[in-house]
Design a protein around this ligand. Structure first.
Ligand SMILES: NC(=O)c1ccc[n+]([C@@H]2O[C@H](COP(=O)([O-])OP(=O)(O)OC[C@H]3O[C@@H](n4cnc5c(N)ncnc54)[C@H](O)[C@@H]3O)[C@@H](O)[C@H]2O)c1
Ligand SMILES: [Zn+2]
Ligand SMILES: [Zn+2]
Length: 362
């Protein structure tokens, strides 16, 4: 089966023909139908975060179950599924206390060191899977706790976006930050994650949603998603002052959806008294943020959000209902649909900042 493989860091993806194993007892073999291009893969391609190599990139995918392992009862061949990297063990403290997205018991849901690898080259070299999914591939072999069954009423080329981008951004707003009705919100960065955070804030009933980006096209899309105001950071000297002026003192909730020191600090600085900044972007591990300690006396809060604090087995079907009812926009988030062979081109567009989400159609 064909897959887009990262062979060196930094490096582009190489299309290779790989061998994929049959499902182990708890595993599911999926024929991929759609895969979204998320910026996290690009961070790995650029070498900002280390990855085992070679590895099939991609972690925002949906498809149809082909076959299942002997202990799988959750799905059967023919079922439509969305994959999510928040693979839960169901047994650890985090899983059992309502936070399966924080599960770090990866051993329980991965193959062991001495087991046959899920993926390998024809010469026997083991090939890793990005986020234990490896979604830029014609087929995925995943633990059953990394998928959710979805209705056949939704196109899998749209549903795939919920696997990461929408779950992350929408969830950051409605779950991690729990934006209340009437709140004032600012979202910095309007890619797939930020646009989804804007939608989460809209569905939650925010009174004001300020979108910040450097691209005028992204800001137009942000308005479609529910932004009430837009700020072009490439034309604004001081984003923080501009947001404070628009809101007479700052926003109650801010979201950073890029992964930069400068914008993460802006997210905290633009808060009103008592406000909460949620950092969603992946800030490189060597980067430290600087904030003023005195701001804690006005009860400003700074928090992280991992995959929108999801419980994806229940959240994703809910988001699909919102989509089918016209309250969550997915079609409008897709700027381009491409073949697997065009994946590097798709990432070049992301770097240029010209696209919201690009989807690989298999
Ligand atoms: N926390 C999580 O669980 C999680 C999950 C998925 C993705 N992420 C991270 O979220 C971030 C966003 O991902 P994405 O796929 O939406 O990326 P993207 O590249 O599609 O979007 C980023 C946006 O930020 C804008 N931008 C860049 N620099 C800017 C600046 N200085 N000021 C204002 N706007 C600026 C770009 O124009 C672009 O629209 C990435 O860091 C990604 O790794 C985190
Ligand atoms: Zn992602
Ligand atoms: Zn667990």
């Amino acid at each position: 089966m064909k897959a887009a493989v990262l062979c060196e860091q930094p490096g582009d993806l190489v299309i290779e023909d790989l061998k994929i194993d049959t499902p182990g007892p708890q595993e599911v073999l999926i024929q991929t139908v759609g895969a979204g291009l998320c910026h996290s893969d690009l961070h790995f391609m650029e070498g900002l975060f280390r990855s085992k190599l070679p590895a099939v990139m991609g972690h925002e995918s949906a498809g149809i179950v082909q076959s299942v392992g002997r202990d799988v009862t959750y799905v059967k061949p023919g079922d439509h599924v969305v994959a999510c990297l928040s693979i839960f063990c169901g047994q650890c403290r985090q899983c059992l206390s309502g936070n399966p997205h924080r599960c770090s018991n990866t051993r329980a849901t991965s193959r062991g060191r001495d087991d046959e690898p899920r993926l390998q080259r024809h010469d026997g070299t083991p090939v890793d899977q990005m986020a234990r999914l490896g979604g830029f591939a014609e087929e995925m072999l995943i633990h059953q706790n990394g998928i959710v069954k979805v209705t056949e009423d939704v196109s899998l080329e749209k549903a795939c976006l919920i696997g990461c981008g929408v779950t992350t951004g929408f969830g950051a707003a409605v779950k991690t930050a729990a934006v209340p009705v009437g709140a004032t919100v600012c979202v910095i960065g309007c890619g797939g994650i930020g646009l989804s955070a804007i939608q989460g804030a809209r569905v939650a009933g925010a009174s004001r949603i300020i979108a910040v980006d450097m691209s005028a096209e992204k800001l137009e899309t942000a308005k479609v998603m529910g932004a009430t105001d837009t700020l072009n950071a490439s034309e604004t000297d001081d984003v923080v002052t501009a947001v404070k002026e628009l809101t007479k003192g700052g926003v109650e909730y801010s979201f950073e959806a890029i992964g930069l020191k400068q914008t993460a600090e802006q997210a905290f600085e633009m808060l009103a008294v008592g406000g909460t900044a949620t950092i969603v972007g992946m800030v490189p591990s060597s980067t430290k943020l600087e904030i003023r300690g005195i701001d804690f006396l006005s009860e400003k809060k700074l928090q992280g959000s991992m995959m929108g604090s999801n419980q994806f087995r229940t959240d994703i079907p809910q988001m699909i209902d919102l989509y089918l009812n016209g309250r969550l926009l997915l079609d409008e988030m897709v700027s381009a649909t491409i073949d697997l062979e065009q994946v590097n081109e798709g990432y070049a567009w992301m770097k240029e900042g010209t696209v919201a989400r690009t989807v690989i159609s298999f």
